[in-house]
Design a protein around this ligand. Structure first.
Ligand code: ZN
Length: 268
């Protein structure tokens, strides 16, 4: 991982500056991919794309337009990720002007809830204990927020609309960035471009996300029905993973392990 100079951005309302770490390059060491599509790259950590001003509370997107004129600054607030409630505010107060921004926020809310499962050290518990100890929601209100959000996501994935295309374009560009980093910079020629079969194949069919959300909702029959409509050689292994969890009636996000990430026999 190569870290560059900090980047500085000014709050569009009050001018208070935030700083963000400028990453020049990274690699995929320690990568973790989850069933909700979140890819965690410890050696290429994500920086917030939207944040909240600590002085005036304005929520704003990090864009070139608000890049600070003074890039030599040393005193600035570190940029922070939004909380679930701040993401919700961003959906309601006009911070999202583009369809892709709405999708981005809804995806982050979904992932933020799932982070509670991801962060648990559950490997020492039995399945029964995991279920008992895993709390996705801390209140009835949170359950309401989560349910509304995943239904909105389902509607987006189900329709052939702008949001869906933006989602796909975003994922595709992310894959290409990482694939190119991986192939060209850090790991040499051992990993071919397109090292990430889950993302870089026809498995990008958004129905896979519908399967995941229905699984989260505990609607396992619906999961099976949609899974049955998915086809493609490269999808078989991911379908098998989902089927295994559906069989166990596991509703929670799960990690695809290294072998599953790079299944043998997959040639791109
Ligand atoms: Zn401000």
């Amino acid at each position: 991982m190569m870290i560059g100079l900090n980047e500085y951005f000014d709050c569009p309302t009050c001018g208070k500056t935030v700083s963000r770490i400028g990453l020049i390059s990274g690699n995929t060491v320690g990568e973790r991919l989850y069933s909700d599509g979140q890819l965690i790259l410890p050696m290429f950590p994500e920086e917030p794309a939207i944040t909240r001003c600590l002085r005036c509370s304005t929520l704003f997107w990090i864009t070139e337009e608000i890049k600070s004129d003074n890039q030599e600054q040393r005193r600035a607030d570190d940029i922070k990720f939004l909380t679930i409630y701040e993401y919700l505010t961003a959906l309601k107060n006009g911070t999202c002007k583009l369809a892709g921004q709405v999708l981005f926020i809804r995806k982050r809310i979904w992932w933020a809830f799932n982070d509670r499962i991801r962060k648990r050290k559950t490997r020492w518990f039995s399945r029964k204990e995991i279920d008992k100890n895993t709390r996705l929601f801390r209140s009835a209100k949170e359950k309401e927020i989560w349910t509304e959000n995943v239904h909105q996501l389902l509607a987006m994935f189900a329709s052939d609309n702008l949001e869906q295309r933006l989602w796909m374009a975003n994922i595709n560009s992310m894959v290409q960035t990482f694939a190119s980093d991986n192939a060209n910079r850090e790991t040499g020629a051992e990993d071919p471009p397109g090292w990430f079969p889950f993302w870089n194949s026809n498995s990008l069919d958004p129905r896979i996300w519908m399967v995941e959300i229905y699984r989260n909702l505990g609607e396992f029959q619906k999961c099976r029905e949609i899974l049955a409509t998915l086809s493609g050689k490269n999808l078989n292994w991911i379908k098998a993973l989902f089927e295994k969890e559906i069989e166990k009636k596991n509703r929670f996000v799960f990690q695809l392990d290294e072998q599953q990430l790079h299944p043998p026999g997959i040639v791109i």
